[in-house]
Design a protein around this ligand. Structure first.
Ligand code: URA
Length: 235
């Protein structure tokens, strides 16, 4: 693979930044400064240094993004600004996409990846990957409502939600854990108990909590441990 392609695929540089770094002698392959940005490297075997730092090759990218309200969980900007547009330019061209969708007005954890098969497994209803939401409701939630949600509840359009885990933290505030990802699922579950969601935030995905150091609109790479946790759930 060409060194400039490697750096762009990993989201470390744009093509022009890679050529500039080559011109400035800022890229080393196996300890030797390279002079051409089309130099072929084997990312699995060669030791590569970019701007003084070792390049740790990862075939796939996994990103945790703290989605603000008003942003669309999509790669296509026809319905407004997308989660992809919150990433730096070099990462916008790596084929990243959101693993599952949050509504435009929902906030919190969106997993972005370019690993299609892992995303496919994580989204498969058969895998029961858990998602935890912090929910504020218009009306107080009763114990009877909680029992219904915990037993699995009939939704509109003939759907049924599997039993959810519900933790009440205030009259109008809950944590709800679900293992599916039906369209507007949490909103529809609350509608089914004659209530209404007024605030919705995903605070955990696949047992990985949203990093509280990330401000809305900020992102970071998943750590190696977090990636392992996700990959285990696809086996
Ligand atoms: N449930 C919803 O209703 N909306 C979301 O964005 C996610 C889960």
């Amino acid at each position: 693979m060409r060194i400039d392609k490697l750096l762009t695929t990993m989201g470390l540089a744009t093509r022009s930044e890679a050529s500039k770094a080559v011109r400035k002698g800022q890229i080393k392959v196996n300890g030797i400064i390279i002079s051409k940005s089309d130099k072929k490297v084997d990312p699995e075997k060669d030791s590569i240094e970019y701007m003084g730092k070792p390049v740790v090759y990862m075939k796939n990218i996994y990103i945790m993004l703290n989605k603000p309200s008003g942003i669309v969980s999509s790669t296509d900007g026809k319905d407004g600004e997308t989660v992809i547009s919150l990433l730096p330019e070099e990462l916008q061209k790596c084929g990243l996409f959101p693993c599952g969708r949050l509504d435009k007005d929902t906030l919190g954890f969106v997993l972005l990846t370019n690993d299609g098969s892992t995303a496919h497994y994580l989204l498969s209803p058969k895998r029961h990957v858990s998602k935890v939401y912090f929910v504020k409701t218009e009306f107080a939630v009763t114990q009877d409502d909680i029992t219904k949600l915990e037993n699995g509840i009939s939704l509109d359009h003939g759907d049924t939600a599997l039993p959810a885990k519900v933790e009440k933290i205030g009259d109008n505030e809950l944590y709800i854990t679900i293992v599916e990802g039906m369209y507007h699922q949490i909103k529809r579950m609350l509608e089914a108990v004659n209530n209404k969601v007024i605030y919705l935030e995903r605070v955990e995905f696949g047992t990985i909590p949203l990093d509280t150091n990330l401000q809305r609109g900020e992102w970071r790479y998943l750590t190696k441990q977090e990636i392992d946790i996700l990959l285990k759930q696809t086996k």
